[in-house]
Design a protein around this ligand. Structure first.
Ligand code: ATP
Ligand code: MG
Length: 654
């Protein structure tokens, strides 16, 4: 961004009060903000006491060597014990932990907490037999099957930091992550089910392990999921069912220091080379458990929670595995895609299990908007009581669509801002407290200090735009970038003194609510004005014919940059028939909503947008296209043919 602050273009006046019954029984009330403000560290110490510690911590935060934080440093605990055993010991062994729904419709499995304890214990014993010791790194490359959860918890149980690599990544991406973390064991499967067919995984592991830098991998533990033929390296490869199933289902968890490494997770790579984010034990579990209880208002006896993320990214770590299980939740785990075998699959799952709390991403909501309102309307979604969103800014129209078509115009929506680096939710409404605003993540959670500052680090207000920063350390913060303290300092702590720089643009409205405006790297500079990608995209999505939009700034001799928009039209709109008239209509629509400065110079209807496997739009690739450049790193892209399709649409593109 230049020295101009971000323009404030979008106005949104709609408000939604929390439902009275939810507010009356909410886990967290407005008082929590006051309490945390009066004594922030005391507040977090109290949240930490909700966990079961082998040695209770007496210290809360050690910030003597900033920005290298230690939380609850003299405490000891075992994460797997907290997520599993303690619920069994409290008499909840028969409670369902996981309703597993495979992609093939009749392929389901119900796992109680007692069973989870046995499965995790066996897996922990198996890893120990393979020689895995506390501190050794284990790479996990699995589909969304229960063994992914067992494997993560087994690693946590024996103190072996895991590095989960998304099952859709290529052999190269996997090899780079194995090498960076210096993993000793890889846990994978023969494959998984994807769009109605078995899809192999093990070949990518075999290929990755031929790459230099992966030599320290001693064993590959392979879950049999599809039963398809799989190449086998004797002495290295071990079947899960042969090694794990025969182990004792008892295992005594060892307590680890609160700062013992829990996992390394590589960021989703939206902007460039992924970073190996290191999270540790006590603070991470404290904040994931607290935020899950607070933001989703989880009632473990009655709620059925479902987070649609993949365990391969941070939302899966914090809000499928650690947060919900630490809270004793009953949750759904679904293997497949939302449109297999039909575009109502998700809503069928909500109806089947009576899901009450749903957590998903704007990309999925926009896809459902594109498919049409009639699809969710066929299912009974009346069990839902809180809806969550994460991953990108949610366009106000997508927010309204979500509330109306999924939430029956009844459920609060919690738009949760956070990152791999923050470990847990940081900025979000509370469902029983906050009057929500479509498109705004609103306010930092109790105990979190975050704000928006301008170039000179001065706080902005009244619609002023700038950079989102976190101003005080928080329990689940990243501790460093694995093996690269300098990159940790440079990336997050050098832009502003004593403030964590998140890399996201934001503004604050007159009520003090925070609006995320997209990544700082993506902000466009048009005739001296900094314009947010999010605001222009939201204006486009507010047009009834548009389901999704991505905008970028392309170099322009007159205006520094000009706005180029790529739009996906709603299912019932025929792009060919609409032709240039629609493009003109959309350009005028944006001008009307945001002002002439934000009017896109070019608008291109496309069938797909380039996205990371976690569903985020990769604008830098679109910028490459708009500027007729060779594409940058595409290794984290879902489907590279999307780029060819888009390039072929551009006049003059190579
Ligand atoms: P990389 O850092 O490698 O480019 P990434 O930032 O996509 O990858 P994640 O940690 O998965 O990796 O994503 C965090 C980012 O997602 C945030 O910095 C922000 O840009 C965006 N984001 C997440 N939740 C929200 C939200 N509720 N509103 C707006 N943006 C969000
Ligand atoms: Mg990031």
């Amino acid at each position: 961004m230049s020295n101009e602050s971000l323009a404030n273009l979008l106005k949104e006046e709609r408000r939604f009060e929390p439902p009275a019954d939810l507010a009356a029984a909410a886990n967290v009330t407005a008082e929590a903000y006051e309490q945390a403000k009066a004594d922030r560290l005391g507040f977090w110490a109290e949240q930490a006491r909700q966990l079961t510690w082998a040695t209770e911590p007496t210290q809360t935060l050690d910030w003597s060597n900033p920005p290298f934080a230690k939380w609850f440093a003299d405490g000891k605990l075992n994460v797997a014990y907290n997520c599993v055993d303690r619920h069994v010991e409290a008499g909840h062994g028969d409670r369902v932990a996981i309703h597993f729904e495979g992609e093939p419709a009749d392929d389901t499995r119900t796992i109680t907490y007692a069973e989870l304890q046995r499965e995790v214990s066996k897996a922990a014993n198996a890893l120990t037999e393979l020689g895995v010791r506390a501190g050794d790194r284990v790479a996990i490359y699995l589909p969304m099957i229960p063994e992914a959860v067992f494997a993560m918890l087994a690693c946590a149980r024996i103190g072996a930091p895991h590095s989960v690599v998304f099952g859709g990544f290529s052999a190269d991406a996997l090899a780079a992550r194995i090498e960076d973390a210096d993993a000793r064991v890889v846990i994978t499967s023969d494959g998984g089910y994807r769009r109605g067919k078995p899809s192999a995984l093990k070949p990518a592991v075999d290929e990755a392990l031929t790459r230099p830098g992966t030599e320290n991998v001693r064993n590959v533990l392979v879950v049999r999921r599809t039963g398809e033929d799989t190449a086998w390296t004797e002495g290295r490869d071990v079947w899960w069912h042969e090694l794990v199933d025969g182990q004792s289902d008892r295992h005594t968890p060892e307590a680890f220091d609160a700062e013992h490494p829990l996992f390394i997770l590589y960021t989703s790579g939206t902007t460039g080379k992924p970073k190996g984010i290191l999270h540790t034990t006590g603070g991470y579990l404290t904040q994931t458990a607290y935020t899950h209880r607070a933001v989703f208002d989880l009632k473990p006896e009655t709620d059925v929670y479902w987070c649609t993320a993949d365990v391969g990214w941070v939302t899966g770590h914090s809000y499928i595995v650690y947060g919900p299980l630490a809270n004793g939740a009953t949750e759904v785990l679904y293997e497949g895609t939302p449109d297999t075998p039909h575009q109502g699959r998700w809503w069928e799952i909500v109806q089947k299990y009576g899901v009450t709390l749903l957590y998903t991403a704007p990309t999925a909501i926009r896809a459902c908007m594109k498919w049409g309102d009639d699809i969710p309307a066929k299912f009974d979604l009346s069990s839902l009581r809180v809806l969550g969103s994460v991953g990108e800014p949610i366009n106000p129209e997508a927010w309204i669509w979500y509330r109306k078509n999924i939430g029956g115009d009844r459920t609060p929506i919690v738009d949760t801002w956070w990152q791999t680096e923050t470990g847990a939710i940081m900025v979000s409404p509370l469902p029983g407290v906050t009057a929500t605003k479509p498109g705004s993540a609103q306010i930092p959670l109790p105990g979190i200090s975050a704000t928006v500052v301008d170039d000179e680090a001065k706080e902005v207000g009244n619609g002023g735009g700038g950079y989102l920063v976190v101003t005080e350390p928080w329990p689940s913060m990243l501790r460093t970038i694995w093996g690269d303290d300098q990159r940790y300092l440079d990336t997050y702590w050098s832009r502003f003194e004593n403030r964590y720089f998140a890399g996201d643009g934001a503004k604050k409205d007159t009520d003090g609510d925070i609006w995320l405006l997209g990544r700082v790297d993506d902000v466009m500079l048009v005739s001296g004005h900094n314009i947010s990608t999010t605001e222009v995209e939201s204006a486009l999505v507010s047009h009834p014919k548009v389901a999704e939009a991505a905008v970028v700034g392309a170099t322009d001799p007159q205006t520094t940059q000009s706005i180029v928009a790529f739009v996906i039209l709603r299912g019932n709109v025929d792009a060919e028939a609409e032709g240039e008239a629609l493009v003109t209509e959309l350009r005028n629509h944006v001008a009307k909503h945001l002002g002439p400065i934000a009017k896109p110079k070019r608008i291109l209807p496309v069938a797909e947008l380039p996205k990371t496997r976690s569903g985020k739009i990769m604008r830098r690739l679109l910028r490459d296209v708009a500027e007729n450049r060779a594409l940058g790193d595409v290794t984290t892209l879902t489907d590279s043919s999307v780029m060819e399709l888009i390039q072929s649409k551009l006049p003059g593109a190579s």
